[in-house]
Design a protein around this ligand. Structure first.
Ligand code: IPM
Ligand code: MG
Length: 354
């Protein structure tokens, strides 16, 4: 097949991990006879420096035309000035909303080879396999907000409509059907009106359209606790933008290696956005030691969800497993043992594909 891929390397270690993702995709294309055209665009801090805008028009336009968008990372201390007119993260929020990427999929899967890297006991995290569906274009991130004239009061509002709740719950429930058939919805319905609507709508969708999927609800604060105490009890989890932001950062610690977690943001219709969960890690940028596996696994999600290439996606995931089985480690997961560079890790995954 032919596909148009936009690459947004971004800031910090973004360009380093994006280069490895491109390498692996080129290997996939050669092996399976596909034509992937890559277009690189600036976004984030680098785009603020060059054009004064974290998401320049040319970048957004290219993304709209793409089959899939791959993002390295954005942000860094250089752009952290609270008085600045804009921030790299603002570009990401605009991109999500402009492309209508309402569903953020964050799989959190423990890798047997790396259980020791988790801050939690191995017996608790062994076998963890959770797929989060975080609503991404609504809620408190995008509700009415403002600050009073005297600057002594500010507000941000959590708003959800019936339609917004229905579409994310449907996607999550469909995914649950394809996995173990269990879905958990997380809200704060004991306090928030918006959560009470979320709970009513989710329950109706599940009852009417997914009677075959086992469904339960958990309060967000309790979920924060259960994720540490009994993470294996969860399969597919659906929640709003803010709770999803918090809970997926928490959950990312279960496998112990942030460098291994990809994420996909999907809209309907339009291209998906694929990125590692980790940030731009400015402290290690430019050293060639970043772990490219999360970015590589994000490309696997792109192959599966945007290009409909499930076999190729599975091949990339198996190749990552194979290099880890072989004992290859970047420094973040080496636990003091010998480690390889970003480039060697990318080469190894590409080679393991064949
Ligand atoms: C994430 C990040 C973003 C968010 C930031 C960078 C805007 O934390 O993708 O989870 O809050 O959504
Ligand atoms: Mg976050």
């Amino acid at each position: 097949m032919q596909a148009q891929l936009v690459l947004l390397p971004g800031d910090g270690i973004g360009p380093e991990v994006a280069a490895e993702a491109r390498k692996v995709l080129a290997a996939v294309a050669a092996l399976y006879g596909h034509q992937f055209a890559f277009e690189e665009k600036i976004m984030g801090g680098i785009a603020i420096d060059e054009l004064g805008d974290p998401l320049p028009d040319g970048t957004l336009a290219a993304c709209r035309e793409a089959d899939a968008v791959l993002l390295g990372a954005v942000g860094g201390p250089k752009w952290d000035d609270p008085t600045a007119k804009t921030r790299p993260e603002a570009g990401l929020l605009t991109l999500r909303s402009e492309l209508g990427l309402f569903a953020n999929l964050r799989p959190v899967k423990a890798n047997r080879n790396l259980l020791g890297a988790s801050p939690l006991r191995s017996d608790l995290v062994d076998g963890v396999d959770i797929l989060f569906f975080r609503e991404l274009t609504g809620g408190i991130y995008f509700g009415p907000s403002g600050v009073s004239d005297d600057g002594r009061e500010a507000y941000s509002t959590m708003v959800y409509s019936v339609e917004e709740i229905e579409r994310i719950v449907r996607l999550a429930a469909e995914a649950a059907r394809g996995r173990s058939g269990r879905l958990t919805s997380v809200d704060k319905a004991n306090v928030l009106e918006v959560s009470r609507l979320w709970r009513r709508v989710a329950a109706r969708v599940m009852q009417e359209e997914f009677p075959d999927v086992a469904y339960d609800v958990v309060l967000a604060d309790a979920m924060a606790m259960h994720l540490l105490a009994r993470p294996r009890d969860f399969d597919v989890v659906v929640t709003g933008n803010m709770f999803g932001d918090l809970l997926t950062d928490e959950a990312s610690m279960l496998p112990g290696s942030l460098g291994l977690l990809p994420s996909a943001s999907l809209g309907d219709p339009g291209p998906g956005l694929y990125e590692p969960i980790h940030g731009s890690a400015p402290d290690i940028a430019g050293k060639g030691i970043a772990n490219p596996l999360a970015m590589i696994l994000a490309t696997a999600m792109a192959l599966r969800h945007s290009l409909n290439l499930a076999a190729e996606a599975a091949a990339v995931e198996s190749a990552v497993d194979a290099v880890l089985d072989d004992g290859l480690r970047t420094v973040d997961i080496a636990a003091g043992r010998p480690h390889v560079t970003t480039g060697v890790m990318g080469d190894a995954v590409a080679a393991a594909l064949a």
